[in-house]
Every structure is written in structure tokens, then in C-alpha cells.
Design a protein around this ligand. Structure first.
Ligand code: F7E
Length: 332
């Protein structure tokens, strides 16, 4: 929108509103929404025919890795065949020479990693139903580029976080809990694998890179990452520090605990329920190609700044919730 684009989006029907994260744009009529679903090719084709887009960013997916073990078929339908439906729709309406297509590929493709850090040439080893489906999405995008000469490209994005991140992804789960614990609205936070390593970047910076990939002279695939990795434990410690709580971790495995150094209270526990049947635990991206070819800055927002942005945002939310609770007490 900042670049002057007319932006259209596709929205799945739900019985209750699920637009909270874009309501400020809907109110300003800044985005035009169309009912549709990546499982429905006739609808996708009709939307693409009507809108006649110059660029398509396919960010739609069942994107939760753990959930994909519970809904593997649906994840495959949307995350794999959904990509094919878009590519076919673009061809069917005759836009294959003009419309550029960005496919949101993922670091989960590297999965049980075969090289550290991971770059464009690292072999894939997907390690969840989500990642296996995304592998199809990656290859079908490349295939349409090679078979039909379409400008169809993959951004292999490492984890991209922000204050709008869904609440069941680990970073947001941590920052929401840190804020609520600091405001005495919650006692504890339960997590899974604290040793898991991720290359976490700021979503806003990554969107800029997606755009650069589509403006490039030639259609090519790129890794988008910061080039730094940290554990879930480290993110937790930094997020709690940002809201004024110093944590010390003690014990190991399921017995590991995060303890408030001031009060001695246990604030973080490990729960087996958050472990995955197969977990990807060593993601670390090498953004050299995006930096040198596209001139993108992978460290525009640093890891430390990202944790601060998210933790302080969620502390404010918790403070509002606490104030409302206090005011309600007065009324009761
Ligand atoms: O997990 C560990 C968990 O769910 C990160 C998606 O956007 O990024 C995201 O996938 C790590 C994993 O993201 C909890 O086991 C520990 O090792 O935040 P996550 P993800 O699976 O990396 C990629 C790039 C995508 O493409 C995906 O669509 O954190 N972990 N304890 C936990 N994870 C969760 N969710 N909850 C926990 O309590």
C-alpha cells in the first residue's frame, strides 16, 4: 500500500469476524477483499480474472507446523495443491506473461537439516506434513517457471515474527505470557522444546524483500533470513527481561524450569504436550544472495529489537487488560 498499489485480498468465510489484524485497513477501504479459498479453484480463477493482478503474493496456508500433524490432508490440499490452483488460474485467464507470482516457501523445507547454515543450494529434508506440502508448492512454482516461462518465484522465508503474529506460535505465545505475568494476570508459561534453534526476523522487513524478489530482472528463488540463530530459551529470557523479569533456567528436559531471580517463583515450565512428533531444531539461514543480489538488509531490525517490539507491545495489551479488570471490580 505504501508503494501505491491497489491491494486485493482473499478471505475465507467464517461465522465470526476474523479480520482483527487488518480492521484498520478495512475501515479506510485500503484493501479490497474477495471471498475465496485456496481449496476452490473455480473461485480462485474468477477472482484472478476479475482483478487482473500484476503481482500475486501467495501467503495463504495452513501454516502451523504442529497442527499439520492433526490435519495433514487439509494442510496438503491448501499448502500444496492451493499453489497449483493459483498457477493454473493465472494461465487459464491468460496472464502468464504479465503476472508475477511470489510463493511463500519456508525454512521448514530444510527440516532435518543437511547443512548449517542453510542457503539456496542446501538440499531439502521436510520433516512435517506442513513441510512436505510446502515442498510441492516450491517445486510446482519452479516447474511452471521452467515449463511455461512464467515469472513464478519462491522466497524461502525463515521464521518471521511481529506484534501481529498468531498467538499459538512460540514467539507470540512467549511475549503475551511475559506481559500478562508481569501484570499478575497469569501465573506461568508452559512451553515445549526450549533447545530448538530458530533464525527469527521481523516480518515487516521480510515483506520488503518479497517485493524486491518480484521486482528483480530475472525470476529466481531466494533465502530470506537474518543470518543469526537463537534458542527458544534465549527468546524467553529476553522477552521476560524486556518486561522487567529476570529469569534463571534450571534443570533439563521436561524438568527444566524458568525461575524469577527476584522472587524464586517458577514462571516457565516444560510440557510434553508442546513437543512435536518430529521437530526441526536447527534452523539458521544464510541471506548472502538476497543481500548481494537484491541489496536487502537482513539486519534492518535486529533480533534484540524484534524481541523488544513484541514484548513491549504485549506488555501494553496486558496493562490495558489489567486496568479494565480493576475498573470492573469498582463496578461490581
Ligand atoms: O515453533 C518450538 C517448536 O510454532 C518454533 C511458521 O510460520 O515458521 C513457523 O514455523 C519452534 C519449534 O514456528 C513451543 O517446537 C517450543 O521448534 O513458532 P513455531 P515454526 O514451527 O518454526 C516457519 C518458517 C513456517 O513456515 C511456519 O508456517 O519453537 N516450541 N515450545 C514451541 N512452538 C510452539 N508453537 N509452542 C510452544 O509452546
Amino acid at each position: 500500500m505504501e508503494k501505491g498499489y491497489e491491494v486485493h485480498g482473499i478471505i475465507r468465510r467464517a461465522s465470526i469476524s476474523n479480520t482483527a489484524r487488518i480492521d484498520h485497513l478495512i475501515e479506510k477501504n485500503a484493501v479490497i477483499l474477495h471471498d475465496g479459498d485456496l481449496s476452490d479453484s473455480s473461485g480462485i480463477t474468477a477472482i484472478i480474472r476479475n482483478v487482473q493482478p500484476d503481482e500475486i503474493y501467495n501467503l495463504a496456508a495452513q501454516s502451523h507446523v504442529q497442527v499439520s500433524f492433526d490435519v495433514p490432508e487439509y494442510s496438503g490440499d491448501v499448502d500444496a495443491l492451493g499453489v497449483l490452483r493459483i498457477l493454473e488460474a493465472v494461465r487459464n485467464v491468460g496472464l502468464e506473461k504479465t503476472c508475477r507470482i511470489y510463493q511463500a516457501s519456508t525454512s521448514e523445507l530444510f527440516g532435518k537439516v543437511e547443512e548449517v547454515p542453510q542457503r539456496e543450494t542446501t538440499p531439502f529434508h521436510p520433516y512435517s506434513p506442513y513441510a512436505v506440502a510446502k515442498q510441492y508448492g516450491f517445486w510446482i512454482t519452479k516447474e511452471y517457471r521452467e515449463a511455461y516461462g512464467m515469472f513464478a518465484v519462491n522466497g524461502i522465508l525463515f521464521n518471521h515474527e511481529s506484534e501481529r503474529r498468531g498467538e499459538n506460535f512460540v514467539t507470540r505465545k512467549i511475549t503475551l505470557a511475559a506481559g500478562r505475568i508481569a501484570c499478575s494476570l497469569q501465573e506461568k508459561l508452559q512451553l515445549g522444546n526450549l533447545d530448538s534453534l530458530r533464525d527469527w526476523g521481523y516480518a515487516k522487513d521480510y515483506v520488503e524483500c518479497m517485493w524486491l524478489i518480484l521486482q528483480h530482472d530475472t525470476p529466481e528463488d531466494f533465502v530470506i533470513a537474518t543470518g543469526e540463530q537463537h534458542t527458544v530459551r534465549d527468546f524467553t529470557q529476553k522477552a521476560f527481561a524486556a518486561v522487567g523479569i529476570e529469569l534463571r533456567f534450571e534443570g533439563s528436559g521436561l524438568e527444566e524450569k524458568g525461575i524469577d531471580t527476584k522472587t524464586g517463583k517458577v514462571l516457565v515450565e516444560v510440557n510434553e504436550a508442546w513437543y512435536r512428533p518430529t521437530d526441526v531444531d536447527n534452523l539458521w539461514g544464510d541471506p548472502t544472495k538476497a543481500r548481494t543480489v537484491l541489496g536487502w538488509n537482513p539486519q534492518k531490525t535486529t533480533y534484540e529489537e524484534l524481541v523488544q517490539i513484541m514484548a513491549l507491545h504485549d506488555l501494553k495489551l496486558a496493562q490495558k487488560e489489567a486496568a479494565l479488570k480493576e475498573a470492573m471490580k469498582g463496578i461490581e
